[in-house]
Write a protein that binds this ligand. Structure first.
Ligand code: EPZ
Length: 419
């Protein structure tokens, strides 16, 4: 298993190109099920999750070709609405295929996702939503068996905002008979891109970017031959927090600053100098960070996928701070590993709140990743630590960051991947 060796205490200087968003690519790949011919998705990061989704679509009969930075998908030959456990358990986003398969074929057999590094991460909103569109849903040997001769529009109110459930129910609703309203819909940029993509196919979705989506059911869709993936706001936020923590001056290119307004505001409250241009963000940090309490929330709030990275930044701030996780009450598996690097973070699971001591002098250690974003925060911590750290199980990081060690090395980090 690959691991990283990192020599810490080097400031970062230079330019980084941010990749396309993993969490936009995956729903777009699922939506290609509804496309009637060849689709090319561009600005695609080279991630193991895209490969997993590609394998899933191929298994259903689609033709998928992953070439550098692009994915070519033709779902004309897709004839097997089945998502097997061995693929779904490796990547929860596989569950996104449920809605489009149901809309296109009137049936779908999709494995329930397996467990996650944290969670429960249930899919009850997804299932309830498609039932309210008229599907019958049974559970057989760990698989969701969904059937419907004709889905019917309905008013759906999610108990709380869910990115995945919004995507699935949205894709199921666009060919339904009648109109659908989705309340507590996700407004994340990745879902906004999915909505615009589906509308380019002929769907009629309005309220995009708000928490209420209106969908007017249509009887057919036309083919869309290309879509360009939006920049990855989580990768961008990860780099911003890394440079803030190590100190230095780095320009992030190919980003959408509008998707990072809350993150930028929090960094500025933490005494970090940020300069925004239309598709780039320059960060300048002398390493003197102010403590700043945050709470994670759905978009446009502070992204839960940047929570671990913020914890690291607050550990090197000049004072103590708190962090409340409002999306996943137990998303704290990274804390013990951060503490092995010299952080001093304690978590109250009852309130999902972490207390973070500032002014920490991080010391290199041998640490192990537990999940994708935890891996990212351990890398940032190792970059700030005195000495040489080893980070194990970097396969987690490869799920969501395209060649992170190359991008970091390019701006002066001392990081090498070893087999
Ligand atoms: C998406 O996951 C992202 N993944 C996650 O990013 C991200 O952390 C999450 O949204 C929140 O922003 C992708 O886009 C592929 P949710 P998703 O449904 O859709 C509860 C990463 O690192 N819920 O918005 O699975 C759930 O438990 C990944 O890139 C239910 O209770 O998240 C959570 O508390 C990690 N029942 C909240 O809703 C359901 O049926 C939000 O989850 C669905 C969700």
């Amino acid at each position: 298993m690959d691991y990283f060796e990192i020599e810490g205490k080097n400031q970062l200087f230079g330019d980084v190109d941010i990749s396309g968003a993993k969490n936009a690519v995956l729903p777009l790949m699922a939506a290609s099920i509804l496309n009637t011919n060849q689709l090319t998705i561009s600005n695609v990061p080279n991630l193991s999750d895209s490969i997993t989704m590609s394998d899933l679509l191929k298994g259903m009969g689609s033709e998928v070709d992953l070439s550098s930075g692009k994915i070519h998908i033709n779902s004309q030959s897709l004839n097997n609405p089945y998502a097997p456990y061995d693929l779904v358990r490796t990547m929860r986003a596989s569950f996104y295929v449920l809605g489009p398969l149901l809309a296109k074929f009137g049936e779908a057999k999709v494995s329930l996702p397996g467990g996650c590094a944290w969670g429960p991460r249930p899919v009850d909103f997804h299932i309830e939503g498609i039932k309210q569109l008229g599907a019958t849903v049974d559970l057989e040997e760990g698989y969701i068996i969904a059937k419907s001769n004709q889905l019917k529009g309905n008013k759906i109110v999610f108990p709380k905002i869910s990115v995945g459930a919004t995507g699935n129910v949205l894709m199921a609703s666009i060919l339904a008979d009648g109109d659908t309203e989705i309340h507590n819909a996700a407004a994340e940029p990745e879902i906004q891109q999915l909505c615009h993509f589906l509308n380019s196919m002929g769907a009629k979705i309005s309220g995009i970017g708000t928490n209420i989506l209106q969908i007017e059911g249509v009887t057919s869709l036309q083919n869309v031959d290309s879509v360009d993936v939006i920049p990855d706001r989580i990768e961008a936020g990860t780099f911003l927090m890394g440079v803030a923590a190590t100190g230095g001056e780095v320009k992030l290119n190919k980003v959408n600053p509008d998707h990072l307004k809350t993150i930028i505001s929090c960094l500025e409250h933490a005494n970090v100098n940020i300069r925004v241009e239309n598709d780039s963000i320059t960060i300048l940090s002398d390493g003197n960070i102010n403590p700043y309490d945050i709470e994670t929330n759905e978009y446009p709030g502070f992204a839960t996928d940047l929570q671990a990275q913020w914890m690291l930044l607050m550990s090197v701030a000049s004072g103590d701070s708190t962090l409340k996780e409002n999306i996943y009450f137990d998303r704290f598996n990274h804390v013990p590993e951060l503490n092995r690097l010299g952080c001093d973070i304690s978590v109250d699971l009852k309130t999902a709140t972490a207390s973070i001591k500032g002014q920490r002098k991080l010391i290199a250690a041998n640490v192990t990743s537990t999940d994708l974003r935890a891996s990212a925060c351990l890398i940032l911590a190792a970059l700030c630590a005195e000495g040489n750290s080893t980070i194990n199980r970097v396969y987690h990081i490869d799920r969501g960051y395209d060649k992170i060690e190359e991008k970091l090395s390019k701006i002066g980090a001392k990081i090498i991947r070893k087999k």
